[in-house]
Write a protein that binds this ligand. Sequence first.
Ligand SMILES: CC(C)(COP(=O)(O)OP(=O)(O)OC[C@H]1O[C@@H](n2cnc3c(N)ncnc32)[C@H](O)[C@@H]1OP(=O)(O)O)[C@@H](O)C(=O)NCCC(=O)NCCS
Length: 187
Amino acid sequence: MIHGCGRLIWVSSDLVTRPSPSVRLMRPGDLASVAAIQADSYHPHYLEDDATLRARLNEFPDTAWVAQGPAGVCAYLVAYRSVLGKITPLGGHFHSPALPNCLYLHDLAVSTAAAGQGLGPALVSHALAVARQEGLAYCALVSVQGSQAFWQRLGFRATTLDDPRERQHLATYLGAAVYMTQALAAN
Ligand SMILES: CC(C)(COP(=O)(O)OP(=O)(O)OC[C@H]1O[C@@H](n2cnc3c(N)ncnc32)[C@H](O)[C@@H]1OP(=O)(O)O)[C@@H](O)C(=O)NCCC(=O)NCCS
């Protein structure tokens, strides 16, 4: 079967070549696709309304990316600059400090049609490269929906939160939510 976002795929004995999805900054015109992928990928507990998605893109347009293939946007990553050990509670505002040391990955999702093709890792790799270029020392996230092994493969490790307030923020996420971090070597 050929999935919508495109890559090299064997179909029976024929090799079908399709362009790879490209990673680019998210634009306001992508938000309907982003909302649809989010609704497709997350438990209803985690869904954000259109106004929240739009406000975050307005405020942090240079740390939100999409993967686009021939069929359109099929994955996205929303991040912002933060401080190691700080967690955005579910539905909370992004607080970007004057002196960030960490890129916080808030939301990564890949459409069902494009799953398993490496688009999630490609978006994360792009974000890590940007963070390193900026001299940010860490990348961090809250792993939900059983995604811990996925993040471990990308170099993240479960990290204990010392601050009780941040542990409360972590508890706003449903189920087994794990704070994970990675130290970034400078380029
Ligand atoms: C977690 C997520 C971002 C991974 O993205 P991805 O681009 O599919 O990542 P990968 O290509 O590395 O595939 C991840 C695994 O999913 C498997 N997979 C999931 N659905 C698949 C499908 N339809 N076809 C093939 N493989 C699939 C792959 O086999 C792969 O496992 P492997 O590394 O052992 O081979 C994606 O599954 C997703 O959007 N999940 C829902 C939202 C979510 O939970 N986000 C993380 C919140 S912290």
